[in-house]
Ligand binder design. Structure first.
Ligand SMILES: Cc1ncc(C[n+]2csc(CCOP(=O)(O)OP(=O)(O)O)c2C)c(N)n1
Ligand code: SF4
Length: 300
């Protein structure tokens, strides 16, 4: 039976009082994951917003052992920690929680190696689509056209000129025991996948869409709504796979135009009709790829 929010323990293993920006999705992701993973968990966090807002002395929010080494080596660190724990005769859950910069770009080598070796760990990517804690630089995850400090809108470029890299599919291609994409806008689905990852052995990869009001320049009250619109527009897909074979895809009941997803985000404010059309083409392609056919579009 899958978990409900009301089944989660009251005790926080990632506590309130951290210093994330108002409306940040990342602490919601981490707080709920930790309630599913439980007390016998060791967490590794590379350099990212989570490390800054949750792991800075004396305001540490963790109630489980957590450590930090370097930005690029989450896959290697969690592999080593799990093997060390095993040597001590223990079976603690070992989890790495990295941002998209630490996953799509700088940590991909260590991540790919750990996945290929089928290390007995969970790797979580919370994806806020840029290097946020160092000042909103573009990453391999940043979508087409988004304004960041390294893809500023001006005479030379209209924001990022490339599409978002399909990291979830790269991880599916590793044919690991379990991988899933998630969103805090779909809590039941989120909890079920977290539980499944916890109870699976071998390498598990969880990829969570994580709205960032500061970097995306949207109203902090809209973070959950952004997560929902991303899925309904086809900009993010919720699915899971075991050993490379897709076992479940969540298909939204309606398909909204990409325009509705981007309209309240300042990072897309400069979009021309042509840019909207290009992003729509990307979302349509993804939608077709994942769901096979395009249902009728219904505006909100
Ligand atoms: C090798 C290395 N390069 C650069 C940095 C500086 N740095 C620290 S955190 C960070 C951005 C992290 O981005 P991401 O992984 O997307 O997480 P977010 O901050 O968005 O949560 C950068 C560039 C570093 N610590 N180490
Ligand atoms: S910059 Fe974005 S991801 Fe980082 S703490 Fe603020 S809202 Fe969260």
């Amino acid at each position: 039976m899958s978990l409900n929010i009301k089944d989660l323990p009251d005790e926080h293993l990632f506590t309130p009082g951290h210093t994330a920006c108002p409306g940040c999705a990342a602490p919601i992701v981490v707080r709920n994951l930790m309630k599913v993973f439980g007390k016998d968990t060791i967490v590794y966090a590379p350099a990212n917003c989570l490390l800054v807002f949750g792991g800075t002395y004396p305001y540490i929010a963790w109630k489980v052992p957590y450590l930090h080494e370097a930005f690029e080596n989450t896959g290697a660190c969690i592999s080593g920690v799990k093997r060390a724990v095993k040597k001590l005769g223990k079976d603690s859950l070992v989890v790495g929680i990295a941002g998209d910069g630490g996953t799509y770009d700088i940590g991909i080598q260590a991540l790919s190696g750990a996945a290929e070796r089928n290390e007995d760990v969970i790797y979580v990517c919370y994806d806020n689509e840029a290097y946020m804690n160092t000042g909103i630089q573009r990453s391999g995850s940043t979508p087409f056209g988004a304004a960041t400090t390294t893809t500023p809108v001006g005479k030379k470029i209209p924001g990022k000129t490339q599409n978002k890299k399909n990291m979830a599919e790269i991880m599916r291609a590793h044919e690991i025991p379990y991988m899933a994409t998630m969103s805090i806008a779909y809590p039941k689905d989120f909890l079920r996948k977290a539980e499944k990852a916890r109870d699976t052995r071998g390498f598990r990869y969880l990829h969570v869409f994580s709205p960032c009001p500061t970097g995306w320049r949207h109203d902090p009250a809209l973070s959950i709504e952004m997560g929902r619109r991303a899925v309904e527009s086809g900009m993010w897909t919720l699915y899971e796979a075991e050993y490379g074979r897709i076992t479940d895809i969540y298909k939204p009941k309606r398909k909204i135009p990409v325009k509705e997803y981007i309209r309240d985000q300042g990072r897309f404010r400069h979009f021309t009709e042509e840019m909207v059309a290009k992003l729509q083409e990307y979302a349509d392609h993804k939608w077709k790829q994942m769901y096979g056919s395009l249902p009728e579009e219904k505006p909100e």
